[in-house]
Design a protein around this ligand. Structure first.
Ligand SMILES: Nc1nc2c(ncn2[C@@H]2O[C@H](COP(=O)(O)OP(=O)(O)OP(=O)(O)O)[C@@H](O)[C@H]2O)c(=O)[nH]1
Ligand SMILES: [Mg+2]
Length: 364
């Protein structure tokens, strides 16, 4: 990247952070002056995109007040319990540049043609390090962003306290409340984010590049094991023979994998997201899987497990946020503990215990 594009990125980051702070400010004043959580929830249910966008901004906040408003909105939404599963949640992962955004753009358009309403949430774990934004992704999903039945939302995970993708579950619920019945979550397959997204979605798609083993692609075996469908993308031009060969190699490799918990045989397919080839087949394959899972009970049992996993995660996050907000000493102790764990001076378990003693001391 050239120096000037670095500078430009830095400016964009600052601008997007400033925009986020401003949005939160607007949200807070909206709450205090004009809009009750009930009215806000009703606006989301009536398809007000600003109301949806602003509520998603709350999911990205660390402030307890924002989370309280978010909770009130979620509680004010029409109950989903009686409705059962009303949407398909689809995770898309793969190394940077494999074509996730291009694929989602094409995939989303097929879904729109089939009469669905599509929301895309893109998680960028690198933004936690750089404060970056996903403006690039937004541009790449240009066609989808312009459709009235689609909603594209890049989500920086710049929260200090939440884990990767913290808040995304709530963002999914908000999109569903706004009437989107296909939710696609994009995440880069290089860190913990794909595990987090696996725990948020019904079907998990892994995009691979033609050629090279999985080690070469930086994809860990564990991520391959989590996938419900493997897709060799960029099956076009001179890449075609290699893409086919790669697909058959992965198909062979999968035979040695433990059975997929959903009870299906994981397939390997090829696509050209750029030329929109093979994408409809992926939509169909995902539909077949989800139908199967609805019948065999896996869909609901996986969602139940995910809800419990969210509960667990939120308990940890909220405890940390509360502590962080309550005391400067605790905040600096937390930073110190993080440093010690990061530099391998302390075991994570030891640090977590030290942290819980800080809680006890402060509480007593
Ligand atoms: N030839 C070819 N190029 C593709 C295909 N899909 C995507 N690309 C190109 O690959 C590059 C990266 O595509 P993206 O869709 O941004 O990839 P991504 O995985 O979302 O990248 P990150 O979000 O940065 O991780 C772009 O230049 C695309 O035009 C494809 O099917 N064939
Ligand atoms: Mg992308």
């Amino acid at each position: 990247m050239s120096e000037s594009s670095f500078q430009k990125k830095g400016q964009t980051n600052k601008a997007s952070e400033a925009a986020r702070v401003e949005a939160l400010h607007r949200i807070r004043s909206a709450k205090s002056s004009r809009r009750s959580p009930e009215a806000w929830a009703a606006a989301i249910e009536n398809g007000d995109r600003d109301a949806l966008s602003q509520a998603i901004t709350l999911t990205e906040s660390n402030r307890l007040q924002d989370l309280e408003i978010l909770t009130a909105i979620l509680k004010a939404l029409k109950p989903t319990k009686s409705k059962g599963v009303t949407s398909n949640r689809i995770g898309v992962t793969g190394v940077p540049g494999v074509g996730k955004s291009t694929f989602i753009e094409a995939f989303g358009q097929v879904l729109l043609e089939q009469g669905h309403r599509v929301a895309v949430l893109a998680i960028d774990p690198s933004s936690a390090r750089s404060g970056g934004s996903l403006l690039g992704d937004k541009t790449r999903m240009d066609a989808l962003s312009k459709k009235s039945s689609a909603f594209v939302r890049p989500s920086p995970t710049s929260t200090n306290l939440g884990g990767v993708a913290s808040g995304t579950y709530e963002a999914i619920l908000l999109c569903e409340a706004a009437g989107f019945d296909r939710i696609v979550v994009e995440t880069v397959g290089v860190g913990q984010s794909e595990t987090a997204v696996r725990d948020l979605t019904d079907a998990f798609l892994l995009l691979m590049l033609p050629g090279g083993g999985d080690e070469l692609q930086g994809i860990k075996r564990g991520i391959m094991e989590m996938a419900d469908l493997l897709i060799v993308n960029k099956d076009d031009g001179s890449n075609r023979p290699l893409a086919r060969e790669t697909a058959s190699q992965y198909q062979q490799a999968l035979r040695l994998f433990p059975p997929n918990p959903g009870g299906h045989t994981v397939q390997v397919k090829s696509t050209s997201a750029l030329e929109k080839k093979g994408v409809k087949e992926i939509v169909n394959a995902v539909n077949v899987l989800i139908d199967e899972w609805s019948e065999n009970g896996w869909l609901e049992s996986q969602r139940k497990k995910q809800r419990l996993c969210q509960l667990d995660g939120h308990v940890h996050t909220l405890a940390r946020i509360a502590r962080w907000n309550a005391s400067k000493t605790a905040a600096s102790a937390w930073t110190q503990l993080q440093h010690e764990v990061a530099t391998n001076e302390r075991h994570p378990l030891d640090a977590a215990q030290a942290w819980s003693y800080i809680h006890l001391e402060e509480d007593s």
